[in-house]
Design a protein around this ligand. Structure first.
Ligand code: CU
Length: 159
């Protein structure tokens, strides 16, 4: 009994110390691990990344993403054209059967346009993903990291 209360106290203290921790989510047979986001300036698009594991025997795909904190969220990938890395919007992100898909800097990512306010490091950006088969899931991406060379200097805020 005593040990249990000590453990609970430790867990509470840990979450207080570290604030927002990346969480894992599950929708249908799809696991979504440790979503995080990178925010530079309020008027610049932010990017979000995560790991997805489709445990189903059938393929699935992310078909839409939105956020109550942003005007719109697009799915992007990077492609190398004539030695230049460019970003390109995609209609969907495929999740292969029994497959792992990682959204990461330099690869697939979610691009968040028109943040309604500046979101600081350690805060969360709520995102709603719509998967074709698994359905809708609300996740929170922890803001961390810093602007790097792979950031979105090629993107203009279109509005
Ligand atoms: Cu992008």
């Amino acid at each position: 009994m005593k040990l249990k209360s000590v453990l609970i106290a430790t867990a509470a203290l840990t979450s207080m110390m570290f604030g927002a921790l990346a969480e894992d989510y599950k929708v249908g047979k799809v696991m979504i691990g440790a979503p995080w986001a990178r925010v530079t300036l309020k008027d610049r698009p932010a990017a979000a990344y995560m790991k997805l594991h489709n445990m189903s025997d059938a393929a699935d795909m992310i078909v839409a993403v939105s956020s109550p904190l942003a005007e719109r969220v697009e799915m992007h990938t990077h492609t190398m054209t004539d030695g230049v890395m460019r970003m390109r919007q995609v209609e969907a992100i495929e999740l292969a059967p029994k497959g792992h898909t990682e959204l990461k800097p330099g690869g697939f990512h979610l691009m968040i346009f028109g943040l309604k306010r500046l979101i600081k490091k350690g805060e969360m950006i709520p995102l709603k993903l719509t998967l074709k088969t698994a359905g809708e899931v609300e996740i929170k991406a922890v803001v961390g990291g810093k602007a790097g060379a792979m950031d979105h200097s090629g993107h203009k805020q279109t509005q």
